[in-house]
Design a protein around this ligand. Structure first.
Ligand SMILES: [Ca+2]
Ligand SMILES: [Ca+2]
Length: 94
């Protein structure tokens, strides 16, 4: 996708990386219809808030990564995997 995350993250970091807890609350807040599930549309919104360059791509990848039962949404049990996925991407507090 043309973005080298490694080069961006190593030097001095004036902005701090989002913790897993912060990521969790962002994902929870992105559950717009409050059904306890994150649809692809809601994931897209969440990654958009995180500052993803291509939220739709991240939603797709995140869903693919976390959706263990392949029902097309991320439920509470799958949220941890989604958080780990997002955490590895190293999003910063904006
Ligand atoms: Ca939802
Ligand atoms: Ca699922």
């Amino acid at each position: 996708m043309g973005v080298d995350v490694k080069n961006m993250s190593k030097k001095e970091l004036p902005v701090s990386r989002l913790t897993e807890e912060q990521l969790r609350s962002i994902f929870m807040e992105s559950d717009i219809n409050k059904d306890g599930l994150l649809s692809k549309k809601e994931l897209k919104q969440a990654f958009s808030r995180l500052g993803a360059l291509i939220p739709a791509f991240r939603a797709y990848r995140g869903l693919h990564h976390a959706d263990a039962n392949h029902d097309g949404v991320v439920d509470k049990d799958e949220l941890d995997d989604l958080i780990k996925y997002a955490y590895r991407l190293g999003y910063k507090v904006t």
